[in-house]
Design a protein around this ligand. Structure first.
Ligand code: ARG
Length: 564
């Protein structure tokens, strides 16, 4: 299916440019009437000392037409290539039919990618602000596996720090076991808030908090038991939400697991003369890198997040021999990652280059329901439940007899929420608006799922139709069918690019492209109501679109019901 390659080769024989240059220049015109591929000749004007239209004319005349091309034309400084439509249709259909895993590959064979994502904090609510990390990390795992990589998904739990000493103080003073068992994280958060309300008037509470944290560190039985219990409560709740989302992790090795591995990091930094004293604290200066110094040991001797991160990276390298370790974490931590990646490099580890911060923007609620400043958090679980409920309502109105209504509502509701943060460039902030994410006519998961169900319904109607036999591919020689084929054809490259750029939205966009093209085709062309050989060609196209939409959504962690 390498039309681009064939065209580049033909061009190369006819002009003095390098293959790579030609490949970069060859474009896909926005309007297919201008060809399936086009070479703009403007950049050649300088070297070839001729006007672009003249260059285009000459190239066009000198070119030996590759087999996949039906016609070549020079128009206003462009050389336009029109593919042989039957050949194109055949090759796309055959490629899509060749494997149920269209676009998958073996490029990652033997390589391991660790993905650190979602990484929630113990005794803190699982809020909607964790959605991008959770959705993007999960999707990247699916995409990398599709490309043959071995992946390890890791939830780097935030389960270490003096706040856990404060939690114990608050619990012992004002808490009660039944309430915490019953209300879960909510009760823990309330205790923590109370601690901060009271600490101003009773500063001794802070000392008590530190003392209890010290006990946790030293392994005191009571302290450890409470600490483990807080964690258990949190994990129980969080697992329920991950189950709803369909997200899983290979390990939950959190900060506490690495806390006793930080001394080695500090010792190694000392040994390599990277640490400097600064007002009683120890830092690594990063002046050359134009970054503020990175703090490693505070004057009170406490260990830090950054040290645990480095200890974790060493451990992961040693255990998994990763080729890449991705950190799917909000852009607020950009500096943190830049700093410690650089520190690892300064320590002499060349694999520092394999550490990647996959940064992303913020989510806010369109109705203003969330404000970090006011400490208002919108819970992930509430958003999910609400989405499922709303979809259920919509189905009850529009398709009251649908079998498995609840299951479909769940797949569509959850899919809609996940998709909302997978449809834009990661770094863009997203404003979450329930009506928009559930809009069946918008660029949303429900729209894609609906299109998939539409394909399924066409295929169900043709259940008795045999795919064996001749296809008349001229039935696909119309702009609508060609657009569907082009969108399907571009899917494998979108998956590859998504992995290379850590951008699942390249997949979600391609899925929407296919859906839009298919719906247009569905409205403009008869699929079943035509001679058999034509119907066969159009059904094959429908079947291919159906499979690719389903697969594309699966790579985003989204399911596709067959009926909606
Ligand atoms: N728990 C942290 C937070 O909520 C995110 C941890 C990200 N992963 C890491 N290896 N630092 O901010």
């Amino acid at each position: 299916m390498n039309y681009q390659q064939e065209i580049v080769r033909a061009l190369q024989a006819a002009c003095p440019l390098e293959e790579k240059e030609l490949r970069d220049m060859l474009a896909v015109p926005p309007d297919p009437a201008m060809g399936d591929y086009a070479l703009p000749c403007f950049r050649l004007a300088k070297t070839m000392r001729k006007a672009p239209p003249v260059i285009a004319q000459e190239l066009c005349a000198a070119l030996e037409k590759p087999a996949c091309v039906e016609r070549v034309e020079a128009v206003n400084g462009y050389v336009n290539f029109y593919l042989d439509k039957d050949g194109f249709s055949r090759s796309v259909l055959e490629a899509a039919e060749a494997s149920p895993r269209f676009g998958s590959s073996e490029e990652g064979r033997g390589k391991t990618v660790c993905i650190d994502y979602s990484s929630i904090n113990v005794a803190k609510p699982f809020g909607i602000h964790h959605l991008p990390s959770t959705a993007i990390g999960n999707s990247l795992g699916l995409i990398y596996r599709y490309l043959g990589y071995h992946t390890v998904s890791m939830n780097f739990l935030g389960d270490w720090g003096t706040q856990f000493g404060r939690m114990i103080v608050a619990y012992k003073k004002w808490g009660n076991r039944e309430q915490v068992e019953h209300e879960g994280v909510k009760a823990l958060v309330a205790l923590y808030v109370r601690f901060h309300e009271e600490v101003d008037a009773h500063p001794e509470l802070a000392d008590e908090g530190r003392a209890w944290f010290k006990k946790i560190e030293e392994g005191d039985a009571e302290a450890r038991q409470l600490f483990d219990w807080f964690k258990e409560i949190t994990l129980k709740e969080v697992s329920r939400v991950y189950d709803k989302l369909g997200v899983t992790f290979d390990e939950y090795q959190g900060e506490s697991f690495f806390a006793n591995k930080t001394d080695q990091v500090i010792a190694e930094l000392e040994e390599k003369h990277l640490l400097s004293d600064s007002d009683g604290a120890k830092v690594v200066f990063l002046e050359e890198e134009k970054m503020p110094p990175c703090l490693f040991v505070r004057s009170d001797g406490a260990t830090l997040y950054v040290t645990r991160d480095i200890a974790a990276a060493f451990w992961r390298k040693e255990h998994y021999h990763f080729d890449k370790c991705l950190y799917v974490v909000a852009y607020q931590q950009d500096l943190h990652f830049r700093q410690w990646f650089r520190v690892v490099e300064k320590m002499g580890y060349d694999w520092a280059k394999d550490l990647v911060h996959v940064s992303f923007g913020m989510v806010s609620m369109a109705d203003g329901a969330m404000s970090t400043r006011k400490g208002r958090v919108v819970l992930m679980e509430d958003v999910l439940d609400n989405a499922v409920e709303k979809v259920d309502e919509i189905i009850r109105q529009k398709n009251p007899n649908l079998e498995n209504r609840e299951e479909v509502a769940r797949q569509v509701g959850i899919g809609a929420v996940l998709f909302s943060v997978l449809y834009t460039n990661r770094i863009k902030d997203t404003v979450f608006c329930m009506d928009n994410v559930l809009n069946f006519d918008g660029e949303t998961a429900p729209y894609a799922q609906y299109t998939h169900a539409r394909c399924c319904s066409v295929l169900r109607k043709a259940a008795n139709f045999s795919f064996e036999g001749e296809s008349d591919l001229s039935a696909l020689n119309n702009p609508e069918a060609q657009a569907v084929l082009r969108a399907i054809d571009a899917f494998p490259a979108a998956v590859r690019e998504a992995a290379a750029r850590y951008e699942p939205y390249l997949v979600s966009r391609q899925v929407i492209e296919i859906c839009k093209a298919f719906n247009k085709f569905y409205y403009e062309q008869r699929i079943l109501d035509c001679p058999d050989a034509q119907a066969r060609a159009r059904l094959r196209l429908t079947r291919a679109a159906c499979a690719v939409i389903r697969q594309g959504l699966a790579l985003l962690g989204i399911q596709s019901p067959e009926k909606m």
